[in-house]
Design a protein around this ligand. Structure first.
Ligand code: ADP
Ligand code: MG
Length: 685
């Protein structure tokens, strides 16, 4: 509807000045007004008699004012305006603070609707800071649920209510509903005009619920639909690189691995290989809990690329991890003629230039790196596959940027953030998903304990015992705040105090974000080689680090970490044959901390933990939605609305299978329209 695109400036009572203020709230057009949803509601329980007023309650009365108002200045800076009013059952005093003009506003001849907080004081009933409106039975004589909007300076609650009401009045009944009646019926959705009316001015609690459900459905639907369309498009495009490789050599590589692939790994390898020869561009997310063995899947894919004459790149979120991948891939490809290189920030310029030159000439088969790989002007001769590890750190946009580097290379995304499945389908709706739901054999679950800080010296005894048995330990120090500098400082302090104190006889290592890349690398190498017994570190070791002989993870101030993060940290141990332990030192001052620690000690299942974490922390923190390149939700609450998300999945699939159906035309057009920009960004290739 054209009118919806009109500027809000022309709504009655708005004008250029208010329009500017509304812009600050993201409201530019009439459409924006309709989709500026209340953050809460206020319930008006209809009009009460003064006789029935209850102290402490918000209540409404219909009254007349008696005599004149009384202005007092009980102390400096305070003006009290009191005015007695009455209905046929009794008196109540309106009291305003610092609003002396009230005394001039009302007439004794009129009847008023007053509403405010009832306070019983000095044997009389008062109404504090009431709103006063001339009484109109049609307006006031009703039970009402009123919207409460997020505000900005110069725009009052009343302004927004009026603006919304006037826009609704103007367009109501004429809004076209993109959802055809058949779809609405199938999923129990109310019609659009109704939904928008009742989300702002609900008649009843039920109508509000119905309106909300419809709008949540709608919001999820468009995102899910847009992502699914991208995915379908990717599937239909036949311009993916077709890899052709020597199966014998690939089989030999897999056979020569130091271990046998698990069934889950074999299945996922098959899925990947299918993609690589299919003629479509692979866009695959590999999900697997920490330690499920995702790296080797990447290695197989990358070897496959090399055997087919293509280069491949792998991006990791940290340098430590990039180097580690580099080392393990170098090991795996030792007996092949594959050339692997690592491009990270710490290299000398000359070294970087040399690597770049060799990449451009096609001399390097595999490049491992961090963001540098997409930031620098790195040119590949024949890029065929891009792997991103620990994808939750890379957004949709970054993936797209990387994709631009090659023709349209295959993409493989590895994520160890176990995301509840429904949510994964939503967030990664443009990707195919493979799940490694099995850990390599012989892994014993990490035994996890929660202890109070007072037991620290016993924890240190345990560290010593593990070391005496030939094992190694990590100690993660308190996360002070989101500051690398301060965290690093606290790691240094812990290191110093242990070195000069209880762990003086052990070989200690220190790792934090402020160290030079070479120092980090040296420390990590020493730890991996068993020359360091205890590695004291900040969360820089959070993801991916793999030292199988390390069996103990001690986390100080564990209450400061999110569950997903604790699970990641714990995932650093339990990677070898020995029993591993995780000790969470946390002061369980609150019930919530206690609950969180209990979840950690009870389960090793990343998916279960993720689901609980999502519930405890809410989706904002959990996902960093912005990072994913998804729009922020206007009304959806991913925790509460998980059930609706499932229905949206069903709806989207049904519609995708029947896209030529004219009933869905408006819906599809609207989807494309709404997400045109995002689509363009996401499909940069
Ligand atoms: P993640 O999925 O957390 O990235 P990694 O790929 O780092 O896990 O693998 C964790 C450890 O398990 C590594 O030491 C790796 O060599 C080992 N591993 C991987 N697959 C298997 C397997 N099928 N059998 C035994 N060990 C394996
Ligand atoms: Mg990994």
């Amino acid at each position: 509807m054209e009118a919806l695109k009109q500027s809000v400036q022309y709504v009655k009572g708005v004008g250029p000045k208010r329009a500017m203020r509304l812009n600050k709230l993201g409201i530019k057009t009439l459409q924006d007004v309709l989709y500026y949803f209340p953050r809460d509601y206020e319930t008006w329980q209809g009009i009460k008699k003064v006789r029935d007023a209850v102290s402490g309650e918000e209540a409404s009365f219909v009254v007349t004012f008696d005599g004149r108002a009384n202005n007092q200045k009980p102390r400096k800076g305070l003006t009290l305006t009191t005015w007695r009013c009455r209905d046929e059952t009794g008196y109540i005093w309106c009291v305003w603070f610092n609003q002396p003009y009230r005394a001039r506003l009302y007439s004794n001849a009129k009847t008023y609707f007053v509403r405010g907080k009832v306070v019983a004081k000095y044997g009389m009933l008062q109404l504090h800071n009431p709103i006063v409106e001339e009484y109109l039975p049609s307006v006031h004589d009703v039970h009402k649920i009123l919207p409460v909007y997020p505000l900005t300076e110069g725009i009052s609650q009343k302004d927004l209510r009026n603006i919304t009401a006037s826009v609704l009045k103007r367009v109501e009944g004429r809004l076209h509903d993109e959802f055809p009646a058949s779809v609405r019926k199938m999923f129990g959705l109310v019609e659009k005009n109704y939904a928008l009316r009742h989300i702002h001015f609900p008649q009843t609690v039920q109508s509000l619920k119905a309106a909300r459900r419809r709008l949540v459905f709608e919001e999820l639907f468009y995102i899910k639909m847009a992502l699914s369309v991208i995915r379908q498009k990717n599937h239909m495009e036949q311009r993916g690189l077709v890899f052709e490789w020597d199966q014998f050599r690939l089989d030999k590589f897999i056979y020569d691995l130091p271990f046998q692939l698990t069934n889950a790994q074999k299945r996922v390898v098959d899925e990947v290989l299918q993609d690589l020869k299919s003629g479509r561009v692979m866009n695959r997310l590999i999900q697997g809990d920490v330690g499920s063995g995702k790296t080797v899947i990447a290695a197989v894919g990358m070897y496959c690329a090399a055997l087919s004459g293509y280069q491949s790149a792998m991006m990791a979120p940290t340098e430590i991890l990039a180097r580690q991948h580099f080392n393990s891939l170098k090991g795996l490809f030792e007996n092949t003629d594959v050339k692997v290189e690592c491009l990270v920030g710490g290299l000398k310029n000359a070294e970087k230039e040399q690597i770049k030159a060799r990449l451009a000439s096609g001399d390097i088969d595999m490049l491992i790196g961090t963001h540098a790989v997409i930031q620098d002007e790195v040119i590949f001769k024949k890029l065929g596959l891009v792997v991103t590890d620990e994808q939750h750190r890379f957004g949709v946009r970054q993936r797209a940027a990387l994709k631009e580097k090659g023709q349209s290379p295959h993409m493989m995304v590895m994520s160890a953030t176990p995301i509840p499945r429904t949510l994964a389908l939503m967030l990664y709706g443009d990707l195919d998903v493979s799940i490694i739901d099995e850990l390599p054999p012989g892994r014993k679950p990490v035994k996890t304990y929660h202890v109070p800080p007072s037991m620290k010296s016993r924890v240190l005894d345990f560290v010593k015992r593990q070391v005496a048995e030939g094992r190694q330990a990590y100690m993660v120090c308190p996360l002070v705040e989101e500051s690398d500098a301060i965290d690093s400082q606290s790691a240094v302090e812990l290191f110093e105090s242990l070195r000069n104190g209880e762990l003086a006889n052990l070989r200690l290592g220190l790792l934090h974000g402020r160290m030079k890349p070479q120092e980090k690398e040296r420390t990590m190498e020493a730890f991996a080689a068993g020359q360091v017994d205890v590695l004291i570190s900040t969360t820089v070791i959070e993801v991916g680090v793999n030292v199988p002989n390390a069996t103990l993870m001690v986390i100080e101030n564990a209450e400061r970490f999110g569950l997903a993060q604790l699970h990641q940290l714990r995932g650093r141990v339990g990677r070898g044959e020995h029993q591993a332990y995780c000790i969470l030192i946390a002061d369980a001052k609150t019930r919530e901390v206690y609950e969180r620690m209990k979840i950690m000690t009870k389960t090793n299942d990343g998916f279960e933990i993720a689901e609980k974490d999502l519930k405890l922390r809410g989706p904002g923190d959990f996902l960093g939605v912005k990072q994913h390149g998804l729009p922020e939700f206007k009304i959806v609450n991913l925790v509460r609305d998980m059930e609706i998300l499932k229905e949206v999945d069903v709806a989207v699939n049904r519609i995708l299978q029947d896209m030529d159906n004219p009933a869905y035309k408006a819906l599809l057009e609207y989807t494309t329209d709404k997400f045109n920009k995002q689509l363009a960004e996401i499909t940069l290739n």
